[in-house]
Design a binder for this molecule. Structure first.
Ligand code: IPM
Ligand code: MG
Length: 360
């Protein structure tokens, strides 16, 4: 089959890692008889430099008219890159928020998995690392504090900043359904995370999640307060299968979950909407310190491309082939610098891409 993929290389290591993911996709295409036609889209700092804004209307249209979007990483260093002297709505991150909203990508899937081969990178107690963990955080992505009304103004002579946390029952219901659907394909255990002891939005969240749960009698539902969840993630990560949570909590908890794998360079993510369309990107950032040095780990982006095959194109066999090749590379002791340990073979970004192609 033929697929049109919008590619957003983005900033710093973005172009290097995306190039490797495209190479792997083309390899899979050749082997399984598909062709991927790429159209490049500017977003983030690179778009600011070229067009003065982090995402142009044309760029959004190009993304919309494709079958899926594959992204590297955007943004840079506050205080160093001139992009951060611009007002907030013109900075690189605003492009990411605009594309999420513009494409209706309300469900952000962030798997956090501890590879047996990388156990020693886990910063937690040995007994916790040995038990392993495999969870997926399903983060609401187009509501809550990120998109609520905000302003900064002087009230009675005092500078006051206001951000608004708003959720409608429909927004909660659709993300809850996504979470339960995913749980049905996994270990059938949902932990819904909120702050229902304080926030109205969380109390509505809990009510709607419980309603949705009635349609999934095979799935066990637990509620967990977000502060407790932050603790449980480092105490006993093996208890988590599917976590569903609102935008801001999901932003924070997904960073924590990725940190305890010890290998953020390995973690993929998907942002999905109502249909098959999705945007796929690594969970890590643009790593300005190692950009352009062939040092970045392309695996998170390559695994994001695998997620694209699975979720947007229904190419499960092909996605399996990529994931198995990544597993094989680890078994063969091949490592980029971020996951390097004694006795392993150190390779660069490009070579890692080649090694994965060789194993498909
Ligand atoms: C993420 C990032 C973004 C977010 C930033 C860059 C706006 O932290 O994807 O988690 O907060 O959603
Ligand atoms: Mg984040």
């Amino acid at each position: 089959m033929d697929f049109k993929v919008a590619v957003i290389p983005g900033d710093y290591i973005g172009p290097e890692i995306v190039e490797q993911a495209q190479k792997v996709l083309d390899h899979v295409g050749k082997k399984f008889g598909h062709s991927f036609n790429y159209v490049e889209v500017d977003m983030g700092g690179v778009s600011i430099d070229k067009h003065g804004v982090p995402l142009t209307d044309e760029a959004l249209e190009t993304a919309k008219s494709s079958d899926a979007v594959l992204m590297g990483s955007i943004g840079g260093r506050v205080g160093v890159d001139s992009w951060y002297q611009l007002p907030p709505h013109l900075r690189p991150e605003a492009g990411l928020l605009a594309i999420r909203k513009g494409l209706g990508l309300y469900a952000n899937l962030r798997p956090a998995y501890l590879y047996k081969e990388l156990n020693s990178a886990c910063p937690l107690k040995e007994s916790v690392a040995e038990a392993g963990f495999d969870m997926i955080i399903v983060r609401e992505l187009t509501g809550g504090l990120y998109f609520g009304e905000r302003k900064t103004e002087e009230i009675d002579g005092v500078m006051t900043a206001i951000d608004t946390l708003k959720y409608t029952e429909d927004e909660i219901r659709r993300i809850a359904i996504k979470g339960f659907e995913i749980a049905m394909k996994r270990r059938k255990h949902v932990i819904s995370v909120d702050k229902a002891n304080v926030l109205d939005s969380s109390r509505l969240w809990r009510k709607i999640v419980e309603e949705v749960a009635k349609d999934y009698p095979e799935v066990t539902l637990e509620h967990m307060l977000v502060d407790n969840c932050a603790m449980q993630l480092v105490k006993d990560p093996a208890q988590f299968d599917v976590v569903i949570t609102e935008n801001m909590f999901g932003d924070i908890l997904s960073d924590e979950a990725s940190m305890i794998t010890g290998s953020i360079g390995m973690l993929s993510s998907a942002s999905l909407g109502a249909g098959k369309f999705g945007l796929y990107e690594p969970s890590h950032g643009s790593a300005p310190d190692i950009a352009g040095q062939n040092k970045a780990n392309p695996i998170a982006t390559i695994l994001s491309a695998a997620m694209m095959l699975r979720y947007s194109f229904d190419l499960d066999k092909e996605a399996d082939a990529i994931e198995a090749a990544v597993q094989k590379v680890l078994e063969d002791n091949i490592r980029t610098v971020d996951i390097m340990s004694e006795g392993m073979q150190l390779v660069g970004c490009k070579e890692m891409g080649d090694c994965i192609c060789d194993r498909i």
